[in-house]
Design a protein around this ligand. Structure first.
Ligand SMILES: NC(=O)c1ccc[n+]([C@@H]2O[C@H](COP(=O)([O-])OP(=O)(O)OC[C@H]3O[C@@H](n4cnc5c(N)ncnc54)[C@H](O)[C@@H]3O)[C@@H](O)[C@H]2O)c1
Length: 247
């Protein structure tokens, strides 16, 4: 692991940021967690400790030794300012809402506050990493790191490489993802299409599942049964995503 990595800044402490902070602290890094809304930080810390996929439940399920909880919590530091969160970070994970203008603004600010060698990653679900890279003066050190939730359980690490992203940045983030128990897969950024790979394929399955039911060809339950029996999917699309809301 890079000598810079022991400190990781996580920016945005909502649903994803809190879980990502938990996983990275569990992997052994010191994590500074920041949110524009200060009220979000105690909520995030509570989720990390007591949430459904938090540390205490991990102990109950036998996934974590009881003695590890205090050490992991000691590695997690709520930060009052962005500068405090990323000022000595080797790597930053951005997890603010899915809005390109907002993310570009955040990346410009991260570029000013984080050490020049720090790698800046985004948990965007599908926005162009190339645009985030060019919002900074370090486009080689910008890379997408798309997580799936619950982050403590799901093994996806979709690493999204912009044309500018260096091999070193890919290697450092792949290494940390593996330390977090994930299976890194590096994909190319495709700025014209939202969703990288996982969410593009997900969207296509959702769209087509809805379509065959709307065309009256079969029922939702029948789609689910066919997909399980034909492709050994553990659940059908309607079971997984919920019937009436599936679009
Ligand atoms: N929710 C999911 O299942 C999921 C899965 C994969 C990826 N993502 C992606 O992760 C990102 C975050 O999603 P989320 O579901 O955690 O959103 P969220 O709304 O739960 O959390 C976002 C947090 O960012 C904070 N924030 C907003 N502007 C900020 C700023 N300028 N600086 C610091 N903090 C700021 C907000 O106060 C909020 O607490 C999005 O890009 C989303 O597409 C979400």
């Amino acid at each position: 692991m890079s000598d810079l990595l022991p400190v990781v800044g996580v920016v945005g402490a909502g649903i994803m940021g809190a879980q990502i902070a938990q996983v990275i602290a569990t992997a052994g890094c010191a994590v500074r967690l920041y949110d524009r809304d200060p009220a979000q930080l105690p909520r995030a810390m509570d989720t990390i400790e007591h949430g459904r996929f938090g540390l205490r439940r991990a102990v109950d399920r036998g996934k974590l030794a009881p003695g590890e909880v205090a050490a992991i919590l000691a590695r997690l530091h709520p930060a009052a300012t962005l500068a405090e969160a990323v000022g000595d970070a080797g790597l930053v994970v951005e997890a603010v809402p899915e809005d390109l203008d907002l993310k570009c603004r955040v990346f410009r600010e991260l570029d000013e506050r984080a050490p020049p060698r720090a790698i800046l990653t985004s948990n965007s679900a599908g926005l162009p990493i190339t645009a985030l890279a060019h919002a900074t003066r370090r486009p080689g050190q910008v890379i997408g790191w798309h997580w799936a939730q619950p982050c403590a359980v799901m093994r996806m690490a979709e690493l999204v490489r912009a044309p500018s992203t260096t091999d070193e940045a890919v290697a450092v983030v792949s290494d940390l993802a593996r330390r977090c128990g994930k299976n890194p897969v590096v994909v190319k950024d495709q700025p014209e299409v939202w969703g990288y790979v996982a969410n593009r394929i997900n969207a296509a399955v959702r769209r087509e599942s809805r379509r065959v039911v709307d065309e009256g060809i079969c029922t939702e339950a029948e789609v689910d049964q066919l997909m399980k029996d034909c492709f050994r999917w553990p659940m059908g699309p309607f079971e997984l995503w919920g019937g009436t809301t599936l679009k």
